[in-house]
Design a protein around this ligand. Structure first.
Ligand SMILES: Cc1ncc(COP(=O)(O)O)c(C=O)c1O
Length: 386
């Protein structure tokens, strides 16, 4: 075991200088300070401000969605979409177990039941084949909707996650959703700059979300975006994100229970500056993948996860696959001690105590992938030795 760990460490240390502070550090090389100064000088630092609407326009242009609604996080963006569809304690929402906890939390915030589904080994995203098989087994049709035979709840939506920026088989997943009359929402929080068959992720379903948290390829510090072609969804989620306030300069009137979820102008200013550099950032991240791939191509102990066919990944975090999963924890500890920040991938949610009681399919691939993979330092500013 020690020999394998040492071999992996030696390969990594031949490739990388130890400078990266975290797994994914932001790259600020453009107009961030200039735009932040403009906010401060004009006093527009809260959710009303030119940069918020500008950022929305720029994102919808980039991803080619008709509408974009800026929120203060990816989690709140997901919550708002579920609220728009009136997801409640009468509903079940399907989602992969192998995702960040925020995906499931948004479902829980609505009082609904998360129902965990498995992934494909080669995309790390929802498996359309397994999904269809599972739905055939657990559902019955009533008024053209799908209901869980056991719990009686309506299976209203699926949140498809594009894990680590890797596109899942979203076109096939969409077909399954159509067949069972299930709303398709895409959690593309990790997938800014990722495409499947030339189309940006998050634009395949009824609505999608992006995250601009500090660890994402482009960041606002903290922030998210709803992307959609549905005008009504865009209008109502925007309204809900500002405490459902009716515009009126003299008085305060709110026509629903809303949320304080709108992005602020400072975050949006940073987002606009970051978006100007997105090509540079994505190129640097692709270079990371190419360098890792080259260095580990002949390695007997670790290989590098490649983007799925017909897709272009942002390679948010480069994933290493271990041939011997037993070394994972020791390897992570050792590398950290040596100054290389690596991490386990997201823990499958069904294994957490807080989600144990919820329904699920067999999650063999989710567990297997978790056991044998780790994420490698992936900052766009990663330093190589040559
Ligand atoms: C898959 C996934 N979904 C949702 C989120 C939530 O985004 P945010 O951190 O902006 O709330 C994240 C963030 O890391 C994520 O990785």
């Amino acid at each position: 075991m020690e020999k394998i760990i040492d071999q992996i460490y030696k390969s990594l240390s031949k490739l990388l200088k130890k400078k990266s502070k975290g797994l994914h550090d932001p790259l600020f090389k453009g107009n961030e300070k200039k735009y932040l100064n403009q906010c401060i000088n004009t006093g527009f630092v809260s959710s009303v401000g030119n940069f918020v609407t500008k950022f929305e326009k720029l994102i919808s242009k980039y991803v080619k969605s008709k509408y974009a609604v800026a929120t203060n996080s990816g989690t709140s963006a997901l919550h708002l979409i579920l609220k728009y569809y009136k997801i409640s304690n009468k509903d079940e929402v399907l989602l992969p177990s192998l995702t960040y906890v925020a995906t499931a939390n948004a479902v829980i915030y609505c009082g609904a039941v998360p129902n965990f589904v498995d992934i494909d080994d080669d995309t790390l995203g929802v498996s359309p084949k397994k999904l269809e098989k599972y739905l055939k087994k657990i559902t019955k049709k009533k008024n053209n909707f799908s209901y869980n035979k056991k719990t009686g709840k309506k299976i209203t939506a699926l949140i498809a996650v594009h894990l680590y920026g890797l596109p899942c088989r979203i076109d096939e997943v969409k077909k399954v959703c159509k067949k069972f009359n299930i709303i398709l929402i895409e959690d593309a929080a990790e997938a800014m700059g990722s495409f499947f068959k030339g189309k940006h992720l998050g634009t395949f379903g009824q609505a999608g979300i992006l995250s601009f948290n500090g660890n994402k390829p482009i960041t606002c510090g903290s922030g998210g975006m709803i992307i959609t072609d549905n005008k009504d969804l865009a209008k109502k989620t925007l309204h809900l994100s500002t405490h459902a306030k009716i515009a009126n300069k003299l008085d305060h009137y709110h026509d629903a229970i809303g949320f304080n979820y709108r992005m602020n102008n400072l975050s949006a200013a940073v987002g606009c500056a970051q978006l100007e550099k997105i090509d540079e950032i994505l190129n640097a991240k692709r270079k990371n993948y190419i360098m890792y791939f080259k260095y580990f191509r002949k390695n007997k102990f670790l290989s590098i996860f490649k983007e799925p066919l017909k897709s272009k990944s942002n390679y948010w975090l480069v994933i290493g696959i271990l041939y011997n999963e037993k070394i994972k924890n020791e390897l992570l500890k050792f590398l950290r001690k040596k100054g290389y920040i690596c991490r386990a991938i997201w823990r499958p949610l069904h294994t957490l105590q807080i989600f144990k009681k919820f329904p699920r399919d067999e999650l063999h691939s989710s567990q297997k992938i978790f056991n044998k993979t780790l994420s490698l330092p992936s900052s766009p500013s990663l330093n190589y030795k040559n």
